[in-house]
Design a protein around this ligand. Structure first.
Ligand SMILES: NC(=O)c1ccc[n+]([C@@H]2O[C@H](COP(=O)([O-])OP(=O)(O)OC[C@H]3O[C@@H](n4cnc5c(N)ncnc54)[C@H](O)[C@@H]3O)[C@@H](O)[C@H]2O)c1
Ligand SMILES: [Fe+2]
Length: 388
């Protein structure tokens, strides 16, 4: 029986989602509905400067919710930042968490929630299903249209000492309410828009070919690929193109629903290691690696790669399966080139001497388990080398 046959049991988890231009205005009502009296608002410097935190605070105040703002985190957030944030949460008298930001603040907000009710250190929760006590109520407002962390069961935190990005995976990490307001994407730079859009496309493609894909995740993954292929260029080109921003926000959301349930693959397993070592934008590294991993994975599920090609806008009629699949990968490469994603890992600081350690760590990453083609350490090394 095919792995994603309707005859199999499949599960799909998702938070309540509020989507649309102006949806940020629902943050107060959402927090109130969860019984939050004082919100611990997690964000970061860039999102604060863009003015979105001030707006969220006003909406919380409107419904009588007090708040404590903490934004002491960086991109590729670190375990020490989570520990500091959890200390602030426990001392603040807050009874719920609101994040306003991209994947970094959202992941830290989830990690703070874990420590707040489960104690210990964040590294104790690395892996699958390590959380035992329920978490405080969580409302996540995403500001990047890329990570999908606002709907996912993941939190990604770098353990500084090991220079490894840990995947913490648990259904407890699915927020109660996700607010997706495409207007927030207007303050992102073109480079950030490109990198976050590439992250979303990597989520959709990896989830679609994942060994854990189901009919429910396939629908979202393919829809996300179509939206990204048709709108990412325009979204990068113009900050105020609200149609393109809304399409990218929806794509990120659907890619998030797909990968949260189908998990990911070798691209992410390899990118997480580079994130831990070099502190680059996660989306750019994914963009460099994804076409190489697609070439490697293609033989495991040719038909799916044809569907990806079609979702990327490739006319496949009359082409054989493998030709069509290759054209899909070429379409991904062309999109990334058009929006200025670097093509080689050496351009972003990676060196030959890093490859062996990164490959061994990638082999242990939880995302590799669902890659459609088995990967040995040598094959991962080879993929890093091809992308170098
Ligand atoms: N938990 C998950 O399911 C999941 C999935 C994918 C990625 N991630 C993680 O998410 C992180 C990346 O998240 P991201 O790509 O959303 O970016 P990010 O949260 O790291 O933010 C990147 C930069 O963009 C700025 N920024 C964010 N929104 C902005 C806006 N609207 N206007 C102006 N500036 C803005 C931030 O201040 C920051 O400087 C990585 O650490 C990655 O591992 C998590
Ligand atoms: Fe990602």
């Amino acid at each position: 029986m095919p792995k994603n046959s309707l005859l199999n049991i499949s599960k799909f988890v998702a938070p309540e989602v509020i989507f649309g231009l102006g949806a940020l205005s629902q943050v107060g009502e959402s927090a109130a509905r969860l019984g939050i009296k004082k919100a611990f608002l997690v964000s970061d410097q860039g999102v604060m400067e863009a003015g979105w935190v001030e707006k969220a605070l006003a909406f919380l105040k409107e419904v009588g919710i007090g708040s404590y703002v903490w934004y002491g985190l960086t991109t590729n957030p670190k375990d020490c930042e989570v520990a500091e944030g959890a200390g602030h949460y426990l001392a603040s008298g807050c009874d719920g968490i609101v994040a306003v930001g991209g994947g970094s603040p959202i992941d830290v907000a989830k990690a703070i929630a874990i420590l707040a009710t489960n104690g210990g250190q964040i590294k104790d929760y690395e892996g699958v299903n390590k959380i035992s006590s329920p978490l405080p109520p969580m409302v996540m407002v995403s500001s990047t249209g890329g990570s999908g962390a606002d709907v996912s069961q993941f939190s990604m935190i770098v353990e500084k000492q090991r220079q490894v990005k840990m995947a913490i995976i648990s259904k407890s990490l699915i927020p109660d309410i996700a607010i997706v307001d495409p207007s927030l994407l207007q303050t992102m730079s073109a480079r950030l828009t490109a990198a976050t859009g590439v992250d979303a496309l990597s989520h959709a493609i990896e989830a679609y070919v994942s060994l854990a894909a189901t009919p429910l995740t396939d629908v979202h993954a393919l829809a996300a690929i179509r939206l990204i292929s048709a709108n990412l260029r325009e979204s990068v080109a113009c900050r105020t193109n609200l149609e393109a921003k809304s399409a990218m926000a929806m794509a990120s959301l659907q890619a998030g629903l797909a990968f949260s349930n189908a998990i990911l693959g070798a691209t992410h397993a390899m990118t997480h290691q580079v994130d831990g070592l070099l502190d680059l934008h996660h989306g750019e590294t994914n963009g460099i690696l994804l076409p190489y991993v697609m070439e490697f994975n293609m033989i495991s599920c040719g038909e799916k790669f044809v569907n990806i090609a079609e979702a990327m806008g490739v006319q496949t009629t009359g082409l054989g399966k493998w030709k069509a699949a290759e054209r899909g990968i070429a379409a991904v490469r062309r999109l990334f080139r058009d929006i200025g994603i670097p093509e080689r890992l050496s351009q972003v600081g990676m060196k030959e001497e890093h490859i062996q350690k990164l490959s061994l760590n990638a082999l242990k990453d939880a995302c590799l388990v669902t890659n459609p083609r088995d990967c040995s350490a040598d094959e991962i090394e080879d993929l890093y080398r091809r992308a170098l």
